[in-house]
Design a protein around this ligand. Structure first.
Ligand code: 5RP
Length: 226
């Protein structure tokens, strides 16, 4: 499983803390990444113990893990998530950058559809200001024009390369990812809206004002609620 670094014990504490919030009968958006995976495993144990929950996966990875853990699955066509649990690459307040696993397009759809979004992170993800490169999923044919638009906005776009395949990362949706460094992002809402308006951008990894809780897996888990 891909991970963006950080202490696995801290990730486990954060993921399990959020999974503890899930109530019987709820539909849960299942985020992607190594921290959200701990929440999925905890939900699997709850299901084994008799809990009645269903999951809506945000990626191939979270679907496979949920199946392995015995979490029953549903879809956005059949249910609305009561809550979503998802990781992040960087968090400032209740805003974050996601997409380290290139799953941010489906993550945003499911996370935004949920009544509540619980972010789960280890302490290394916390920051005073967002300055992590923003992953931008693009239609393959639009890569040159989106790259130019990002440069016009003052960003430095880098096509994400695959690690065990020649060429670029191809998302679960068949698209490519530009990691766009903007330095410190003073106004995440404005940048989010500007990127969304660029033709060929499928989705970007700035999640602004979507999170309701942040579970930080310090020695004792810190939960911030909006
Ligand atoms: C995937 C994501 C992940 O949630 C993010 O990269 C954090 O991953 P991890 O929990 O492994 O550090 O956005 O697209």
């Amino acid at each position: 499983m891909k991970t963006s670094g950080g202490d696995d014990g801290a990730k486990r504490r954060a993921g399990e803390s959020a999974a503890d919030r899930i109530e019987d009968g709820q539909v849960v958006g299942l985020g992607t990444g190594s921290t959200a995976a701990h929440a999925i495993r905890a939900l699997g144990r709850a299901v084994d113990a008799g809990a009645d929950v269903e999951g809506i996966p945000t990626s191939y990875q979270s679907r496979q893990l949920a199946r392995e853990c015995g979490v029953p699955l549903t879809t956005l066509e059949e249910a609305t998530p009561d809550v979503a649990i998802d990781g992040a690459d960087q968090v400032a307040g209740f805003d974050c950058v996601k997409g380290g696993g290139a799953a941010h397009a489906r993550e945003k759809v499911v996370d935004a559809a949920a009544d509540r979004l619980l972010l789960v992170v280890d302490p290394s993800k916390e920051s005073g200001i967002l300055d992590h490169p923003v992953p931008v999923e693009v239609l393959p044919d639009a890569t040159p024009t989106v790259r130019d638009s990002v440069a016009d906005l003052g960003g430095e776009p880098t096509l994400r390369a695959a690690e065990r395949k020649d060429g670029p990362v191809v998302t679960d949706n068949g698209n490519l990812v530009l990691d766009c460094a903007f330095g410190a992002i003073e106004d995440p809402s404005e940048l989010a809206a500007t990127l969304s308006a660029v033709p060929g951008v499928v989705e970007h990894g700035l999640f602004v004002e979507l999170a309701d809780e942040v579970h930080v897996g310090a020695e004792s888990v810190e939960v911030r609620t909006r």
